[in-house]
Write a protein that binds this ligand. Sequence first.
Ligand SMILES: C[S@@+](CC[C@H](N)C(=O)[O-])C[C@H]1O[C@@H](n2cnc3c(N)ncnc32)[C@H](O)[C@@H]1O
Length: 287
Amino acid sequence: MNYRHGYHAGNFADLLKHTALCELLRLLTAKDKKLFVLDTHAGAGGYDLAGSQARRTGEAGAGIVRLAAASRSGMPAAVARYLAAVAAYDRKFGPSDGGLRRYPGSPRLVRAALRPGDRFVVCELHPEEALALKREFAGDRAVEVRQADGYKVLKALLPPVERRGLVLIDPPFEATDEYERLLRALRQAIRRFATGCYAVWYPIKDDNAAVFARELAGFKPLALEMALHGIEPGKLAACALAVINPPWRFEEAMREALPWIAAQLGPGVRATVSAPPASAPARASGA
Ligand SMILES: C[S@@+](CC[C@H](N)C(=O)[O-])C[C@H]1O[C@@H](n2cnc3c(N)ncnc32)[C@H](O)[C@@H]1O
């Protein structure tokens, strides 16, 4: 396990995934019923944008730093809310001279949206990242941090007693069997908890990813995609978030937010939102 999210925190993939995550949380917490959230691949929780990892790739500079500097005029509400969540996390580290210093990972964004009584479990397998995550939430009884395999925890915790849930599955895709493991885990999860909302991130990079996307399509997700332009070979140029059972109004918000974000990131960057055909019901048993 070599992957460290610190090299990529705040890049275009995070903008896509985290804007969607914030909007999913907002819509799912609008109802006066308890929510269960599971982050199967959580990372360290928060990231230092001035640290050596972020500086080495510069990905945050071309991502969140550029977006945070964009004019607020015409900014879609979902983007404004996401940026407000990022800024609120950054402010925890004291007053800044204007630039962003810290970026919240998915666990921090989820935590900020939870209400008293909601339940949140985060999993991270890498010992150092898990330790950072435990430190990030030390003393916070609303967050249960597990150093564990997220797929196993997914199997163990579904269906949640709350009967309402959001599951984020965001693996590093380093292992050659990641696609198969993810699909297997997702099929089992949906069999146990068919009404849950699942957000699955994946890179769009090779034939395996294309096969994976076709398999995922069997779950009839709303597919959110973002692609960069003129990226050097070997670097991530495109990615997607597949959202199964999205809440009402989510699609509308993403159709507004994602192309706007893409336009801020530079010429040639594109974002698409694709809904499944209306006539085809989702297959709970998967593809
Ligand atoms: C892309 S990062 C997560 C980023 C995070 N979700 C966010 O949005 O801020 C993927 C993380 O999954 C961890 N990981 C890899 N395999 C895992 C597994 N089977 N279970 C839990 N965590 C795993 C990696 O160590 C890495 O920190």
